[in-house]
Design a protein around this ligand. Sequence first.
Ligand code: SF4
Length: 363
Amino acid sequence: MKFIDEFRRLELAQGLAGRIRQNSKRRARFMEFCGGHTVTILKHGIRQLLPPTIEMLSGPGCPVCVTDNADLDKAIALACIPGVILVTFGDMLKVPGSRSSLQKAKAEGADVRIVYSSLDALELARQNPDKKVVFLGIGFETTAPGIAASILQAEQEGLKNFYVLSLHKLCPPVIRALLDSGEVRLHGFILPGHVSAIIGSKAWEFLAKDYGIPGVVSGFEPLDVLQGVDMLVSQVENGESRVEIAYRRGVKPEGNLKAQELMYRVFEPCPARWRGIGEVPDSGLRLRPEFARFDAELVFSPDPGPTLEPKGCICGDILRGVKTPRDCCLFARVCTPENPVGPCMVSSEGSCAAYYLYGQDDE
Ligand code: SF4
């Protein structure tokens, strides 16, 4: 299959891994920001190919995992309002909030439906004029432009029963927050390909300029990730720090300007809460005042009650890169994909789920 098979070729992977082993002399700790990269690394045994000088850490790049319990509780409270259809991507359904989950709320009678895009949510609003359709806006810069487009479409059609609970997050500010905390010392970032397709590699240049840390934007196939690590090793060994692209088939330095324009026409940056990290300035997206009538939080003022965290779950530490799933005493014993205690075991991009599915023999 084009753009897949050629990025999984064993002989090329072995060649790249051999070059990394040969070139890597200094100890270096790299963070793969995105959960999609964590899955690729574990699924394809990339850690076993790397030399002991290189340590790979998972970062906070899973939108489901970083959604704070207080925000998730808000979504559950919205789902429980009579006459509301709460519409979400499937990954959110099983994530446990403080006292319930969307799945439990659904089992107890709430109208919660799964869609594959915000356009499906619009169609539900058209088909159910007597209901209020609330779309749960979860995701990074990759998903926000599509949701912005659906709001513009709803406005154009004069749809009066379509709303969005915007829990979107922006990636560069949270990387800044991680680095400013000084909690983890990093020597390089494997940067997210899909997010960078929208914001461009230029959006990451602060890593090199302000922190002297190199970054490489990578795709999600094994050869993409190995190439990214190879480019990071080369910079580390030469004492350089630049932001480079190892995913030229998907990413341009300036990104997708149309998508950016769409996103910022409808949304504006705001502070956002990240699980395990806390509130980060300008790392969220809220609807601009002229689109306030689509804002589910303003329109319905949901009351989520007090926030509780899952006992024993260390998802927050894992998302900050200070612990790994194996440090959690619940991992694979109490917490499994069938019975998840925290979000990192639910999401297809969650570190705990990736370790559980692909990393049991790792290390
Ligand atoms: Fe949380 Fe489960 Fe991961 Fe432990 S294994 S950190 S309980 S999601």
